[in-house]
Design a protein around this ligand. Structure first.
Ligand SMILES: [Fe+2]
Length: 340
């Protein structure tokens, strides 16, 4: 079950939201939903609670929590007030770690880079805030597009000033009472910085590794390299299709990686977060989301790697689980709580 926070719409706003959804759902039938100028569910936030089962997790790390955010897309369409509310919700969850899987901005205006840095300073996890960059953080909208020179570095620098540690093909390792946990942050798939082998070069893959990457298309390769759990974003919960228009505007190799949890085989999993920023939220089940994972020890045979799958195999065999978040027990300030 999922829980939606905030709300507080007037009757007319609810009617307006339904009308907008109908119009743009119809437009979506013709592949035009990307042109939607409104953020239909901007007042909502889904808090999903899940368990993350990791083989070889030590007792010292059992029960630690990881709050996953993605695709903030700080832009004229993202109200700072809404983002501050989302950050307050995250802080009230009291996670040990916060991880953000890219697309902090939408376009390359550096004003919004500084704004998102200022807002993310408010995050207060017990241990650390980690992040990877997404395609928009490089000014890239489709594969093979030239990056905006210096933009990725500027985003990383501003996040660093905000206390957010950006991992670009790097690892962050944490130890607690003899237990170890690795986070491997992977450079954006569509940028020149994508080098997952470098991120895994210095890690013992028998130990628990959570990989952070923006684009879920990278996940099968990261599982092959040794990641036990891959956290990604990028899709906004919007399915891509194998059509000429989708391939041009929203290309994806693994079409089934849309939202929620996926089994990558060999006790390795992928979670695709639908993000909290504004973007074409006209499809069903695409409301903004933060996900709170609790680490659990999984009983599974630990092997250093798994056999590779082809995109055809994955597209034909891997099916999305439903989003199975649990009800968030937090007392809410917002005037309305509704279920999906
Ligand atoms: Fe993206």
């Amino acid at each position: 079950m999922n829980e939606l926070l905030f709300g507080g719409e007037t009757g007319m706003e609810v009617i307006g939201r339904h009308v907008k959804r109908m119009v743009w759902s119809a437009a979506g039938q013709f592949g035009l939903h990307g042109l939607c100028p409104w953020d239909i569910d901007e007042r909502w936030l889904l808090v999903a609670r899940r368990e993350m089962a990791l083989p070889a997790l030590g007792a010292g790390m059992e029960g630690k929590t990881v709050c996953h955010l993605s695709d903030v897309h700080c832009s004229p369409l993202m109200r700072a007030q809404h983002l501050m509310k989302c950050i307050d919700v995250v802080n009230r969850l009291e996670p040990d770690f916060v991880v953000v899987t890219g697309d902090f901005i939408t376009a390359s205006a550096r004003h919004y880079v500084r704004r998102i840095g200022g807002l993310l300073k408010r995050l207060s996890p017990k241990v650390d805030t980690l992040a990877v960059l997404g395609n928009h953080d490089y000014g890239v909208f489709v594969p093979n597009q030239k990056v905006v020179r210096g933009l990725g570095e500027y985003v990383a620098e501003q996040l660093d000033h905000a206390g957010v540690r950006v991992l670009t093909n790097q690892t962050a390792t944490y130890r607690q009472a003899g237990s170890v946990l690795h986070f491997a942050g992977i450079g954006e798939l569509w940028s020149p910085d994508h080098d997952p082998e470098a991120a895994f070069a210095s890690i013992d893959t028998r130990q628990p590794i959570i990989a952070l990457v923006h684009n879920p298309d990278a996940a099968p390769h990261l599982a092959q390299l040794g990641a036990r759990y891959v956290l990604a974003g990028h899709t906004h919960g919007r399915p891509s299709r194998n059509t000429r228009m989708h391939n041009a505007l929203w290309p994806a190799v693994f079409l089934n990686f849309v939202a929620g949890e996926y089994d990558l085989g060999d006790a390795r999993r992928l979670y695709v977060n639908r993000g909290i920023g504004p973007s074409r939220r006209v499809c069903a089940n695409t409301r903004p989301e933060v996900t709170m994972f609790t680490l659990r020890r999984a009983v599974a045979q630990v092997r250093p790697s798994r056999p590779s799958w082809t995109p055809e195999e994955i597209n034909s065999t891997v099916a999305a689980s439903t989003l199975q978040g649990m009800v968030c027990p937090l007392p809410l300030d917002g005037p309305a709580v509704a279920t999906a």
